[in-house]
Ligand binder design. Structure first.
Ligand SMILES: *[C@@H]1O[C@H](CO)[C@@H](O)[C@H](O)[C@H]1NC(C)=O
Ligand SMILES: *[C@@H]1O[C@H](CO)[C@@H](O)[C@H](O)[C@H]1NC(C)=O
Ligand SMILES: *[C@@H]1O[C@H](CO)[C@@H](O)[C@H](O)[C@H]1NC(C)=O
Length: 291
């Protein structure tokens, strides 16, 4: 717990004030009682892009909206951001259960997908520009949303998480309740095995998977660094790209951009000496999303 609260304190220091969120109550099936909070900028684009932004363990949608700069960017760019909250298991997302790792089967992921579908309908959103991002547990859920709802999202970015299915069968999904093998970097699998596990979360799907940019610190002691490489393995198989080259000191000193294929479908950012969690890089997220 001490580790978690110091993580959250450090994260909150990066806070920036921004506009208030609105609670939405009736957005469709919500089997795990999630809260939907939405930020619609004062001048939304005609067919706005949508970002689903997922908080870390111990966090909330309101907190993540304040700790990140997505809402001030939305004022410039006109996209809508959904900042949901989960209140269970130390506010960690459900990335361990079989229902939570399946499509429309009653997990957190189903409620999150319905928030996106509602926002698309309600605001005439652009279905080709729906994105997902998140930090820590929110990054774990980003990987799960990509595997279970690949048709909803065009692209994803996330910070300091794990591959989809890494916590499958774990007794919980919080630092206090989870099987530590995943966070400790002991769930090492082949490209094929990670790909099969993700494909089994939405059997029969034959479309493409979202583009992915994942960030991780080499000094992460809570969700250790091997989970960076395991995510890259999972998405390299599903996106059909292999490692091409590294670009050092990108986007800043000490970060290495790890490029797969031509760099348009999959990249990783390895942050030398950075712990849990890598600070959100909202401008880079905008560039990755094409916003
Ligand atoms: C997953 O974690 C939750 C707590 O978030 C727990 O209630 C549940 O039993 C776990 N599921 C499995 C399959 O172990
Ligand atoms: C791909 O999946 C869709 C929807 O399930 C289905 O209609 C289509 O026939 C599938 N295409 C191929 C080539 O399997
Ligand atoms: C590319 O960068 C990553 C992260 O720093 C490193 O693990 C990997 O060994 C590098 N690969 C090459 C070929 O330099």
């Amino acid at each position: 717990m001490a580790i978690l609260s110091s993580v959250l304190t450090a994260f909150a220091l990066a806070a920036s004030a921004n506009s208030a969120l609105v609670r939405v109550n009736d957005f469709g099936a919500n089997p795990t009682n999630l809260q939907m909070n939405i930020n619609v900028p004062s001048r939304p684009a005609a067919n706005p892009a949508i970002i689903l932004a997922l908080h870390p363990c111990g966090g909330s949608g309101e907190g993540y909206a304040q700790q990140t700069r997505y809402n001030s960017l939305a004022d410039q760019k006109g996209f809508i951001t959904i900042f949901p909250s989960t209140k269970k298991d130390m506010n960690c997302w459900e990335v361990n259960t079989s229902k939570g790792l399946s499509r429309d089967a009653g997990g957190d992921n189903q409620g999150l997908a319905n928030m996106v579908r509602y926002t698309l309908r309600q605001y005439s959103g652009d279905a080709t520009r729906v994105f997902v991002t998140g930090t820590s547990s929110g990054c774990m859920m980003t990987n799960v949303m990509m595997a279970t709802y690949p048709d909803l999202f065009a692209a994803a970015t996330c910070y300091s998480g794990v591959a989809a299915g890494c916590l499958a069968g774990s007794p919980g999904a919080s630092p206090g309740s989870a099987d530590p093998a995943c966070a400790n970097g002991q769930r090492i699998k082949s490209v094929e095995a990670w790909g099969q596990q993700a494909r089994a979360m939405y059997p029969g799907y034959n479309g493409s998977y979202p583009r992915m940019a994942t960030w991780h610190g080499t000094a992460d002691s809570l969700v250790t660094y091997p989970n960076f490489g395991e995510q890259l393995k999972q998405w390299s198989g599903l996106l059909g790209v292999t490692f091409t080259r590294n670009q050092t000191n990108t986007p800043q000193n000490g970060y290495t951009k790890v490029i797969y294929g031509d760099g348009t479908k999959l990249v990783g950012y390895s942050a030398q000496g950075v712990g849990h969690v890598v600070p959100t890089h909202e401008q880079d997220d905008m560039a990755w999303f094409g916003l």
